[in-house]
Ligand binder design. Sequence first.
Ligand code: G6P
Length: 366
Amino acid sequence: AKVDKAGFDHYMAKEIAEQPGVVGAAVNSYLPAGGDLVELPGGNIDFTKIERMTMVACGTAFYACLTAKYWFEKLARIPVEVDVASEFRYREPPIPAQTAALFVSQSGETADTLAALRYCAGKADKILSVTNVAESSIARESDQTYPIFAGVEIGVASTKAFTCQLTVLLSLALKAARDRGTMSEQELTDAAAAMRSVPGLLNVALEQTDVIKAHARKLSEARDILFLGRGLMYPLAHEGALKLKEISYIHAEGYASGELKHGPIALIDKKVPVVILAPSDDLYDKSISNMQEVMARSGKVLLISDRKGLDHAGDVWGQIAMPECHPLVSPIIYSIPAQLLAYHTAVAKGTDVDQPRNLAKSVTVE
Ligand code: G6P
């Protein structure tokens, strides 16, 4: 099918806007029955037979894996190792019995990820993949492959594929939790309801576009930008920084908020904007104390939180309001401001958003 920009200035803008629809398609495919039963379109997995997982990917897909580690460990009590494919493939990592190896790749053709998969073939109990292209090498060489339903993604900076990958990975984690009896009926029901609420919440998040655009204009003057997050917001801090540096060419780094004291705080002065991802969850108070450390050194804090979190934080340099959501789905919802900040900062700088310099959509050579 022919894909055009459908009236948007860039494919990236179109793909960001498509997320309520495509994430909705993924939710409906993995939770088809109306209840909280996860069905796996790529074939069933019995997670009681799996004792550990190793997840391998590159770029944005790697940050999807890092998010999935939090879900699988917390919800299903399965220990998860996560690695970038270029390191994994040459390290000769031991693969113990009852390991499922999971590869996440939008294109399904990334050379390092494919090589990592081939290393695991014959060693891992199961080779699983989460891809956007069913006919790809990674999909074909897996025992089971799980589609993400994102549709064709053209912008080099991945957006809708990321949130669809997260949706599928959370579905897999909930299936694992049910198999292993590590979540109560009530928790499973709440989690399924939370997933069904995601498309609507993504629409609410997208309504912040004008506010985000105004902040992006200010960010476009910065030389360095830090992104901080804890828990499920930690991988997203990395993803937000990656998106921003890829398309705006501003140096950006993602950091675990708790690591602030161990280095990045030395960089902070009044010229450095610090984007803090902090929904009002169990870790909110910790994030706010990190925020205060930044402000005490005149750093400019751009706080992304829900109404409650923003009100409680008081006066900051900038605020972006997200809808309140179940903590489990927050990485999917908070992806929207991370993506829109990068997009509008790049637009303000006048860079080539869909074809950033030196980058390729699919890296099929090493
Ligand atoms: C390239 C793309 C990224 C992508 C990464 C992994 O760097 O520019 O957007 O995240 O490759 O690609 P994959 O197709 O394996 O997800």
